[in-house]
Design a protein around this ligand. Structure first.
Ligand SMILES: [Zn+2]
Ligand SMILES: [Zn+2]
Ligand SMILES: [Zn+2]
Length: 355
């Protein structure tokens, strides 16, 4: 039986609305008295998330008391339902064409069938902005905290919540690099070499997609390094946190993973999917399992569009399948340095939704 609590404070679901007004859209919170103009530099998504995250931070509850808020309300937030299951996570959902944003505790089953929603990693709720002079950037620190693949996994999950669902794969690959390489003030200097590794080169499209989403803003270069770096300001304050050495190492890992097994292709969708699978793979077993909707969302795709991409990943993927009952995607990655020729033979016909 599912544990319930009668305390109203245990209702971990918060909603903000965007209301039109003469001075531009207003962000109105249904929980507190907050009512303020939407900042010109911020997207509705990040402004809403920032306010809602404040509630989630203040209304903490021990994990054993957290329940699926979707279930508590009769599962009206999503169409189909096969019962609550899985751990409780924070889910950011967009409704009524972006006029309403909701952050709520939801079980994994409900989260995976909620449209226009993405899970927000809890680690992003514990942000502490430190002044830049308190962080000695020269001193090499030993990496600590989660491993590179966990850090990248959390970033992909976060970006699935923070960026509009139509954001392209190139822009998402770029956002991962910017988010992991920026300083504690959100500034990032991205070397052209990194962009080349991402096969984005001088393509302006991914940048303008992120600018249109009001996720970052490119800034003109003042020094003589024009042409060698792109300088940008990340506008998403939720991401501002110290510990750059850890993030840098995760950024380098993400760069390698997006490349591995994709040497022959420049298609950013394949590269992003390769990165996403690597981030969700158990490094010791080389296998992974995750909700299909979640992987698709992190790749900026609908599940039906994900399957053909998986079929094109013969150089890095041994096999993949989708469980009919669970809806989970399972896969096995080719060991690093494996033979591509072998992989083609072994993977042909292996991947398909299970019958
Ligand atoms: Zn509020
Ligand atoms: Zn539900
Ligand atoms: Zn549920």
């Amino acid at each position: 039986m599912r544990l319930r609590t009668t305390h109203p404070t245990a209702r971990r679901a918060w909603i903000v609305e965007l209301r039109p007004s003469s001075g531009g859209p207003q962000l109105v919170c249904q929980q507190c008295d907050h009512r303020g103009a939407l900042p010109a530099t911020a997207s509705a998504r990040s402004a809403a998330l920032e306010h809602l995250a404040g509630h989630a931070r203040r209304d903490v509850l021990p994990p054993y008391l957290r329940t699926c808020q979707c279930h508590e309300r009769g599962c009206r937030w999503h169409p189909r339902h096969r019962g609550c299951a899985g751990p409780i996570r924070l889910l950011l959902a967009r409704e009524r064409g972006g006029r309403l944003w909701r952050l709520a505790d939801a079980c994994t089953a409900c989260a995976s069938v909620t449209e226009q929603a993405a899970m927000v990693p809890e680690t992003f709720l514990c942000t502490a902005v430190v002044s830049s002079d308190s962080v000695d950037r020269r001193r090499k620190r030993r990496p600590r905290g989660p491993g590179d693949h966990i850090r990248v996994r959390e970033m992909l999950s976060y970006l699935a919540a923070a960026l509009p669902s139509h954001t392209g794969a190139g822009a998402r690959l770029l956002a991962v690099q910017c988010a992991l390489r920026m300083d504690s003030q959100g500034r990032v200097r991205l070397p052209i070499g990194v962009l080349r590794s991402l096969r984005l080169g001088r393509d302006p499209l991914p940048w303008s997609e992120l600018e249109q989403a009001r996720w970052l803003r490119r800034t003109p270069i003042v020094s003589g390094s024009a042409g060698r770096v792109v300088v940008a300001q990340v506008l998403d304050e939720m991401l501002f946190a110290p510990a750059r050495p850890d993030r840098r190492s995760a950024a380098d890992w993400a760069l390698r993973m997006a490349k591995s097994g994709c040497e022959g292709t420049v298609d950013p969708v394949v590269r992003l999917t390769a990165l996403c699978l690597a981030a969700h793979t158990d490094p010791s077993a080389g296998r992974g399992c995750a909700e299909t909707d979640r992987i698709a969302r992190e790749c900026g795709l609908v599940p039906a569009a994900l399957y053909p991409v998986l079929d094109r990943m013969a150089a890095s993927l041994i096999s993949w399948s989708v469980g009919l009952a669970s809806g989970d995607l399972r896969w096995e990655l080719l060991p690093k340095g494996g033979q591509c020729q072998q992989a083609v033979g072994r993977s042909s016909g292996a991947g398909s939704p299970e019958g």
